[in-house]
Design a binder for this molecule. Structure first.
Ligand SMILES: *Cc1c(COP(=O)(O)O)cnc(C)c1O
Length: 448
């Protein structure tokens, strides 16, 4: 069968509203051509992020009512802890309010001036938190990652030879841990192979370095391993997930992605001394160790979400729908990052509008163009987000989980195709205001 069956029925609906092109023109001007500044009810299809934007299941909502709001020792925490222990094999689990809170705690304890933190590619908040501690964040992607047209099945892989070189250059004492992001969000949502994770583990073992995962999309990565890695097709996703986590000494996770929750984060650790220090910092800045800045009901939603996300019918629908959009855009001749990854389609803005130089932010121009034309909100992942050193100029169409149907996606494809037909009309932008860090959230632009 060709039709992608959404493996759920819809029980509750939320209206979305069309705006006119004139209205959107005024909204763009007022927002300083920054889509983070646009009010959500002025957006028709919101592909800004897949973070915290998913639809919860009826079981998750039921869990919300079951939430135990006791300050210490809440039953909801123990239920959550048991589920995550079973899923990951980690014994020590700290809840936090978001992934970046886990990152902040981890890097405050392990980072600092003089330290160097390697990653296949840091996510924006991960880089910002590492650098906030005074450390230097280094990206070590494989060469194929920088060629959007290359169809390597695991473009998220870390360059293991480059990791060895980095360790030799700066010395192992300056590297508190090695991190790998699964899937690689900044690099196009591309998965990391088990083979690569095992290779990084073995380098870490040889140099006695801790190995951490940024595991926000562990389930999508595991499913792509099942689909693409030789010898993995027959394994249950749960088993692949267990193996991924078994290779690591710790992990930071945002429950807003593969936790299928609207909020929440986790910090997984093996080292007892680090756990002790992290627990104290958690109590100081987030909350007691059995709630970590969340409500008991959030822990219930997470416990159930981390269960549902490894269901194979769900994952097959999820990965197939992203692939479907990729195939249709590809058929229309629109340059995208190949092959489609786990949670998003990335338009290759540099190839789409070669007439706009990098200094004039081609990705931002495309993102504004999609909004102007069809009320579709996306996000630039390029020079605005990472500065002029950005490897690629991408526009991410992130798919919220279980939210949009195939006809919503067909509309998005039409908007992209229509923009592509008029790509010569796109204009570059210049920044008229920018904050000191994470400028993509609040910078203001004007069209050139
Ligand atoms: C979302 C994300 C984070 C940060 O998580 P928040 O919950 O948004 O703080 C870190 N790393 C990756 C790869 C992410 O996608």
């Amino acid at each position: 069968m060709k039709t992608i069956i959404e493996p759920f029925r819809i029980k509750s609906v939320e209206p979305i509203r069309m705006t006119t092109r004139e209205q959107r023109e005024a909204i763009l001007q007022k927002a300083g051509f920054n889509l983070f500044q646009v009010h959500a009810d002025d957006v028709l299809i919101d592909l800004l992020t897949d973070s915290g934007t998913g639809a919860m299941s009826s079981e998750q909502w039921a869990g919300i009512m079951r939430g135990d709001e006791s300050y210490a020792g809440a039953i909801s925490f123990y239920r959550f802890q048991e589920r995550i222990q079973e899923l990951t094999g980690f014994e020590h689990i700290l809840p936090t309010h978001q992934g970046r809170a886990s990152e902040r705690i981890l890097f405050e304890l392990t980072g600092g001036p003089g330290k160097v933190i390697p990653n296949n590619a840091h996510f924006d908040t991960t880089r910002a938190n590492a650098e906030h501690s005074g450390a230097v964040a280094v990206d070590l992607p494989i060469a194929e990652a920088s060629d959007p047209a290359c169809r390597h099945p695991f473009k998220g892989n870390m360059n293991v030879a480059a990791l060895e070189r980095l360790i030799a250059d700066v010395g192992r004492e300056r590297i508190p841990l090695v991190m790998v992001t699964v899937t690689n969000n900044s690099g196009g949502g591309q998965p990391v192979s088990l083979e690569n994770l095992r290779a990084v583990r073995s380098v870490c073992d040889r140099h006695r370095l801790p190995f951490f995962l940024d595991a926000c999309r562990f389930a999508e990565n595991a499913y792509l391993i099942k689909r693409r890695e030789p010898g993995q097709a027959g394994r249950p996703v749960r088993e692949i997930v267990r193996e991924i986590f078994s290779l690591a000494d710790g992990a930071t996770i945002s429950a807003k992605k593969d936790g299928l929750s609207n909020n929440g984060g986790l910090l997984l650790l093996r080292d007892e001394a680090l756990l002790y220090r992290a627990s104290n910092l958690l109590i100081l800045t987030e909350g007691f160790v059995t709630y970590g800045g969340l409500a008991g009901r959030d822990l219930e939603a997470m416990a159930r979400g981390f269960e549902e996300v490894v269901e194979e019918d769900y994952l097959s629908y999820r990965i197939r729908s992203v692939e479907y959009v990729g195939e249709r855009l590809g058929a229309a001749g629109i340059p995208i990052m190949q092959p489609p990854g786990g949670h998003a389609i990335y338009l290759d803005a540099a190839a789409l509008c070669p007439h706009i130089p990098r200094e004039q932010f081609p990705g931002q121009a495309v993102a504004c163009g999609l909004y102007r034309l069809g009320g579709v909100r996306t996000v630039e992942i390029g020079s605005v987000m990472f500065g002029q050193g950005a490897a690629l100029e991408l526009v991410r169409l992130a798919m919220p989980r279980r939210v949009y149907t195939q006809s919503h996606m067909d509309y998005v494809v039409e908007v992209c195709a229509s923009l592509y037909d008029r790509r010569d009309e796109l204009r570059g932008l210049r920044i008229v205001h920018e904050p000191p860090a994470l400028r993509h959230f609040t910078a203001r632009f004007e069209e050139i």
